[in-house]
Design a binder for this molecule. Sequence first.
Ligand code: ADP
Length: 811
Amino acid sequence: MSDARKVVKKQELPLLPLRGLTVFPYMILHFDVGRVKSIKALEEAMINNQLIFLVTQRDAKNDSPNADDIYKIGTISKVKQLLKLPGDTIRVLVEGISRAEISEFTQTEPFFMAEVVEKIYVDDEESKVEVEALKRRVISTFEEYSKFNNKISPETVLSVMSIDDADQLSDIITSNLSLKVEQKQEILNEFQPKVRLEKLLEIIVKEIDIMQIEKDINIKVRKQMDKMQKEYYLREQLKAIQNELGDKEGITGEVEEYKRKLKEGNFCEEIEKKVLKELDRLLKMPSGSAEGSVIRTYLDWIFDLPWNKKTDEIIDLERAETILDEDHYGLEKVKERIIEYLAIRKLKNDLKGPILCLVGPPGVGKTSIAKSIAKALNRNYVRMSLGGVRDEAEIRGHRRTYVGAMPGRIIAALKQADSKNPLILLDEIDKMSNDFRGDPASAMLEVLDGEQNFAFRDHYMELPFDLSDVLFLTTANSLDTIPRPLLDRMEVISLTSYTEEEKVNISTRYLFPKQIEAHGLKKESVKVDEQAVRDIINCYTREAGVRNLERQIATVCRKVAKKLVSSKQHSIKITSANLEKFLGTKKYRYDKANEKDDVGIATGLAWTPVGGDTLSIEVNLMEGSGKLELTGQLGDVMKESARAAMSFIRSKAQEYMIEKDFYSKYDIHIHVPEGAIPKDGPSAGITLATAMVSALTGIPVKRNVAMTGEITLRGRVLPIGGLKEKVLAAHRAGIDTIIIPFENKKDLEDIPEVVRKKIKFVIAEGMDTVLNTALAKTKLKSIKNTQGDEKVAVTKSHSQIHEVSQPIIEQ
Ligand code: ADP
């Protein structure tokens, strides 16, 4: 201050306190005035020379400030215009003239009047250079400032640059800065331009620093925001493009739909996560891309699976019994076992434990029993055929990385079932095999294992599915090919072949009514007599079950329907005589027993998957060198049986009055007719031996006798399987005496009583009994009843106890 001379000017002016606003000299601005006191001050100014002293009040909120609430330094301004606004407000346009300091308030009411002092500084030569330097510095700093603050236009910067006067420069720059009222006031307080410039410079530099930091922060924040926003924008863009391409709903619509389903579905967290991830991937796919459709298929699988859906299970034994009876004839034992199984389920109230396995030939009702169980328990039913499954992936699915990957059959079955507690029938579990692609049986083990299957993982789904509510049932034709570990988990229920009587009953009570209805016929329009039914059974089908029978019955119904429509008849009677008109010529003829007793021909019994059958064994002797020839597609085991029989006979030749050296003098040819059908198994042993003895001794075999049993080298008779089927076949063929091994005596219980009554069973422990029974008469002296064979066949039912045929040894 010492380097500048000071001129002082005093005057008395009306004073107007400003709120939140600082007016600088050289500044033109307008503001609105509403306070009565201020309006009065304005009026006073207008009466005199239009000059008014504008000074900022310390607290903008203060409505009626007194002298102490007002800063000391303000700006003498000239009122250039007044505009009355609606209400009592006045808009004033003022121009700042010069700064001044209040020396004294001369009046406070009705408006402020104050004596103000202007101080004008004139710089001396020396400080002029310094001021010049300051000026330049301030201008360049202001320029830099303007780059951060876009409220300052380039024109303002330009006009500022052209100002020469330091006093004017500092005030104009200050009025353009965005500063707080206090900061502005600080600059206004300074009368001396040089000092004011210094202060200003300091403030601007500080502001620039702050703004620089602000900018840095902004950049950082924006970077983070950008990442999120970029994706958002891109998605929005994609949406727009899809809309533009006419794909109105587009992928986004689809994704929304999936999300809605996800929300409604009430899925567990793992599924939800997985779906969201896939949806995210889907969004990024161009519409119509192959990969997109792979994701869609996957998502559809997820949504189609019954994760939480269940049917209400009913375990009511009476109801189950009624349903099983309604749908199936006979099968008493099977039904009983199933009811017992259900009873245990009810008591234990969980599904852990053995899996039921229904074993039996085709068409005996395994599948339909399973269906009835599902119906009885009110569970949805799905059948899953395992026949020919050799690849683990068929059970567990392919990983999604494979082209055309799909879930395995378990998941497919669940989708079909549409509930998580269905009954799944694993049909033909014995037909599953394994090869280099893995072992489906081990996958099956996991599925069936109650300890593991609560989180079954399909390779395709990649999500665990809880199978613990599923009731699994299996079926098989035979137990031999079921892998041991699987078999160990099963409770086997056997279904055996039906007898003719059973088939007749099933046909008339179930199959005919079912097919008549299925073909749109009325009950009274088809009449079938019993013999016709028997003929259909015997001459058009050859099976253990009733599957073909049902097909033949369907054919009959179809033909009847056609006839009824074309001939206008009301009903048609089907008899044995007109059956061929419906079904064509008869297809089968069961081997009947031989017409007469014959030498070298014995009747054996065979078990096949389609039921039992008789087996005629022929033996011829020719002069030769002791060769044993076997023909008729015999398997290895059967060939070995023949050799065993041969050895036995050689050892007993003398006893049986057979030439001692027969084996070197004759060739023996054994043939089993119907060469197209492969035959194997040891159970023809005693039949082979009987036919050979007959051929070697020339004694005929009785035509009404059939036999089954394995032979040992010592002539013991060993037990065989499938007795029921074999006996039924023999009965059908007109045989009335059957020789069975001692150890099969217990199986006689399974044979239907009707058949049991008509057949004489001879129970043999050794070959002597067999020969005694089978050979028609004997010249043999030495066949004795010495091996403790039973003379009487004892079975539980009394009706069929028969005497063993009279001893045939002539003593
Ligand atoms: P499987 O599964 O043992 O091969 P299915 O269950 O398919 O046999 O049976 C074939 C047909 O025979 C079905 O229509 C079934 O209803 C019928 N059927 C089988 N056994 C009986 C029975 N005991 N009573 C009534 N119908 C039967």
